[in-house]
Design a protein around this ligand. Sequence first.
Ligand SMILES: C[S@@+](CC[C@H](N)C(=O)[O-])C[C@H]1O[C@@H](n2cnc3c(N)ncnc32)[C@H](O)[C@@H]1O
Length: 317
Amino acid sequence: MILVSRDLSRPSGPVGPSCHEPVMLREVLDLLAPRPGGLYVDATVGGGGHAAALLEEAEGARLIAVDRDAQALERARLRLAPFGDRVRFLHAPFSALAGVLGPDERGRVDGILADLGVSSDQLEDRARGFSFQKDGPLDMRMDPSRQKTSAAVLLASASEDQIESWLREYGEERFARRIARAIVDARRVGPLLRTSQLADLVSRCVPRGRQSIHPATRTFQALRIAVNGELDELDALLASAPRLLAPGGVLAVLSFHSLEDRRVKLAFRNEARSQDYELLLPRGAVPSRAEQARNPRARSARLRGLRRRPEGGEVRP
Ligand SMILES: C[S@@+](CC[C@H](N)C(=O)[O-])C[C@H]1O[C@@H](n2cnc3c(N)ncnc32)[C@H](O)[C@@H]1O
């Protein structure tokens, strides 16, 4: 059964400027402390907000701007055009990052940023199917050019147990069993192809007034994580990125839910057991109250850092 219509894998038109507000911008820059002429990797360039600020702060610094979403890269190209050949763009997921950097770059990077999850640009574009607030195709792929399985295909083919376990594990959804059952019942009648169909179905399963967030929030988060293999991707990044750093280089990761932050915390602690790395912000930093009030997306953010010790010996790539 093919549920992906052709227009799901096409960009939804020319990209406009980014509407994404970079989270904890000052804190990220303070952590990376970019130096003039340094080499940096933004592994999640998105709309280019963090990247532009980094390039402005450090004269002559070079940036490798990476994203697995081709539309995000287009937006970043617009935003970062004033920095000319100081920026190189790479369309790649975390799991390919080490492989797409040149041999002369691996082990020589002064700072790497990963600002996890989806951007406001992706959420706002109804054609991408990330948002329960906007009706669109139930897609959710960050890279439709390389990922074959949209959320609609996943829901059409997964078992009830599998759906329940995604909802429980990735969405921490208390009503996982009920929602999984309703999805399987609904698909016997007809395929779930639109975000609004899924949002309505979930709303009918979750008792009213029990949650402060929209009832479909956790289900959409869980499905997005499953569609994009986000936790495997994060694990791949946490395994490879420390080895890309130059002595004194910093890896900064901004996470947005406890599943991500737990992985970052454990991976960083593990690295810091060796003599080559040290923890920065051991407890993680959170956004100021002012930022949380201004930008609701920032509310769940936590920033952590890992530094390759300047005096550390050779780190095997
Ligand atoms: C929160 S946004 C980054 C926003 C950016 N820092 C800014 O200031 O505009 C996250 C970006 O990471 C990208 N992304 C998520 N997972 C990825 C992965 N595994 N590999 C590469 N890019 C990824 C998404 O496509 C999205 O554009």
